[in-house]
Design a protein around this ligand. Structure first.
Ligand SMILES: Cc1ncc(COP(=O)(O)O)c(C=O)c1O
Length: 680
């Protein structure tokens, strides 16, 4: 008879085989094993992206049958905290639960009275967004003070914060990085520091986004926890960069082959498509190993993940989010360890004891406490300091999450790439559509405008810092050889592609779809380098697509690198269609799309009702800086034009890593066709 270990190994082996067969459609979009997709089939706006590793992890943890949060959960919490650079991460069963715990943490009597959020105290938030960013404020008895959103970023307009501040009452700011677009952390933090307020970052849609600010600003804002880790990461980052460059030397030869294929100008459109696809693969392949450890300081700029700047941040692991465990979420304790004890208490029934599940006497005085009016020695396990909840997930969920965490760097890159592909592909309809801009960006720069030689120079100087002349010489000759060989190999392949590509086009009848292949984005991604003399290109080493080059930035010295949750677009006034018309047209083509969550939340039935039932639970501060009174539909319209614009004009498309290049191309073509038809 087989031993339990042998049986488990057999089960897991079969599980992997099953998953590999069953879940091809859930693989990353740039995975060669992704299920084929054809125009007319559904394109989800988001979804779980996984492979057999997650399924094996789930089954393995289920066979172990710990069930409640245990070893996998503990490991996940440590891994997530280490990745972000925060003190602790606590797993919960959803992003909404994370927000609930985060807000509740600041209500504890263990905080000094002036820092504690008590019923009637105020917490500043924004009107448009997801309802459970706001709900915990009111559920905790505090007053939610609403500000308008900027429709271009989807975020708070920080210049309005002062108008919302009420001395002695305002205790915190609780806002989300809208659709993964980081809000202006520098300005919001400055406001919080000035008035000694808590900052809760709802990072549910933004895992993997980074925010950069001058080191001097970071010091002035007291971001010592990030500066310290960045300094500790410095040596390792120098090593990563050196190692990364060495790897690039080898892989560069392969790149050259691909670039060379594209550089021949007489390729048919279909051939171009296959080239752009391979460059798409290449970008993702290249990203992970060369990313420096975050946070880091480079050229006097501190870069850190969003969700690590405030006091507490939250994550959601529901399937549309950056990583998933089905249901799940996390509360990140950024820099103040005592907050962990309070948060954990609210998560775990309100108890005073902090033993992990299945453990006893972590404090070594289980029967030595005297708290409240309980008798001395009452079992600490059953002593309650707070009115708490039980919001823990199961251990198998954490096991799935651990596998997902490993994929996060590739997921982040895919989201950025997908956003940029959509942006470039839809630029030609920007007379009728407006697109989101990241915080601190003043303009999206079309690929055709990006300065190729400037980038080339930058790339070279960066790399040359770490490369010896000898290494360069080797690469040069190797590359020249590869180039020769590459050309010889690719010629027959191209002819074959053309033949089969054309046959496909004819049979599917989607001629426009194939034309997309020469979209601005794919052209530039590849052609940026194609007309550069080989000798120069050899040194360039495309380490990673430089997304920051896609935008022109303001003068603050702050930047963001956005791992987008979605691609938000707004239908401009005067366009010959509404956002609902567009959403409907996309639905007809089975292209997943969503509105920006609850739109202007103040117009949701729950808040309309609240105006009657609990009018003092909310306070509205309009764009003119005054408290809105009375609160009704027309005063909201006058005071919240941004949130209304988001509600009336915006939809978003997916950017999730499960999207393939073909799906994105199809989405772009459908929108272009729709706009063209409406113009007639
Ligand atoms: C910004 C934001 N916060 C919180 C949540 C809630 O997360 P969950 O669905 O895991 O409860 C979401 C959900 O999408 C969200 O987008």
């Amino acid at each position: 008879m087989s031993s339990p270990a042998e049986l488990k190994a057999q089960i897991l082996k079969l599980t992997r085989d099953y998953s590999a067969l069953m879940h091809k459609g859930q693989r990353p979009g740039d995975d060669a094993a992704h299920a084929p997709w054809a125009p007319g089939q559904t394109i989800p706006y988001a979804g779980r992206v996984f492979d057999e590793n997650e399924v094996e992890a789930a089954v393995g943890a289920t066979l172990d049958f710990w069930l409640t949060l245990g070893p996998e959960g503990e490991a996940f919490e440590k891994e997530l905290a280490a990745l972000l650079g925060v003190k602790h991460s606590l797993l919960v069963n959803s992003g909404s639960s994370a927000n609930l715990v985060a807000l509740a943490t600041f209500t504890t009597h263990k905080l000094p009275p002036h820092k504690r959020i008590l019923p009637g105290d105020e917490v500043i938030t924004v009107a448009a967004g997801f309802p459970t960013t706001v709900a915990p404020i009111i559920q905790s008895g505090a007053v939610a003070v609403f500000l308008d959103n900027d429709p271009i970023t989807g975020n708070i307009r920080p210049e309005q914060l002062e108008a919302a501040y009420a001395p002695g009452k305002t205790k915190a700011v609780m806002i989300a990085h809208a659709l993964g677009n980081p809000f202006d952390l520098c300005a919001v933090l400055a406001f919080c520091r000035k008035h000694d307020l808590w900052l809760i970052e709802d990072n549910c849609d933004a895992l993997g986004c980074t925010y950069s600010m001058p080191e001097s600003r970071a010091r002035a804002l007291g971001l010592d926890h990030l500066l310290k880790i960045a300094e500790a990461n410095a040596a390792e980052n120098a090593e990563i960069l050196k190692r990364g460059n060495a790897e690039m030397l080898t892989e560069n030869a392969e790149n050259l082959k691909t670039e060379n294929l594209k550089s021949e100008s007489d390729l048919s459109k279909f051939q171009n498509f296959s080239v752009s696809k391979s460059s798409y693969d290449r970008v993702s392949k290249f990203s992970a190993p060369r990313s420096p450890k975050i946070p880091f300081i480079r050229d006097g700029i501190l870069t850190a993940y969003t969700g690590t700047f405030g006091d507490i941040s939250t994550q959601s692991f529901y399937p549309p989010h950056h990583l998933t465990m089905g249901e799940g979420g996390a509360v990140n304790i950024i820099s103040k360890p005592p907050l962990k004890t309070y948060a954990e208490s609210f998560r775990d029934w309100g108890r005073d004891c902090w033993c992990a599940s299945g453990k006893d006497d972590t404090c070594h005085k289980r029967f030595g406490w005297q708290l409240g009016e309980l008798p001395k020695g009452y079992d600490h396990k059953y002593i309650y300091s707070h009115l708490g909840y039980n919001l823990k997930p199961l251990d198998p969920q954490a096991a799935i999450g651990r596998q997902q965490l490993k994929k996060l760097p590739a997921f982040i890159e895919a989201r950025k790439r997908n956003w940029e592909t959509l942006r470039a592909g839809l630029d030609c309809v920007s007379d009728v559509l407006d697109f989101t801009l990241p915080a601190h960006a003043v303009r999206w720069v079309p690929p055709s405008e990006r300065a190729r030689t400037e980038k080339l120079k930058l790339g070279n100087s960066e790399i040359l810092k770490f490369e010896s002349a000898a290494e360069n010489a080797v690469t040069r000759s190797e590359n020249a050889e590869n180039l020769k060989r590459g050309n010889a190999e690719t010629a027959p392949e191209k002819a074959e592609n053309l033949k089969s590509g054309n046959a496909d086009i004819q049979s599917s009848g989607v001629s426009k779809f194939q034309n997309f292949s020469v979209s601005e984005f794919s052209d530039v991604r590849v052609s940026e380098f194609s007309d550069v003399p080989v000798s120069e290109f050899q040194n360039f080493k495309i380490s990673k697509f430089d997304f920051s080059a896609c935008f022109e930035w303001d003068a603050t010295g702050c930047r963001v690198d956005t791992s987008w949750f979605g691609f938000m677009l707004r239908v401009k006034a005067g366009a010959p269609f509404s956002h609902t018309d567009l959403a409907r047209a996309l639905d007809e083509k089975k292209i997943g799309n969503r509105m920006f969550f609850g739109g202007n939340l103040l117009r949701q039935p729950v808040f309309v009702q609240m105006r009657q039932d609990r009018p003092h639970a909310i306070r509205l501060v309009g764009s003119n800086g005054s408290t809105v009174s009375p609160v009704n539909s027309s005063t909201i319209a006058a005071a919240f034009p941004g949130a209304d614009a988001i509600m009336n004009e915006a939809i978003f498309l997916g950017t999730y890593p499960g999207l393939t290049a073909e799906m994105l191309a199809y989405e772009i073509q459908v929108i272009r066709d729709f706009v063209a038809a409406r113009r007639k």
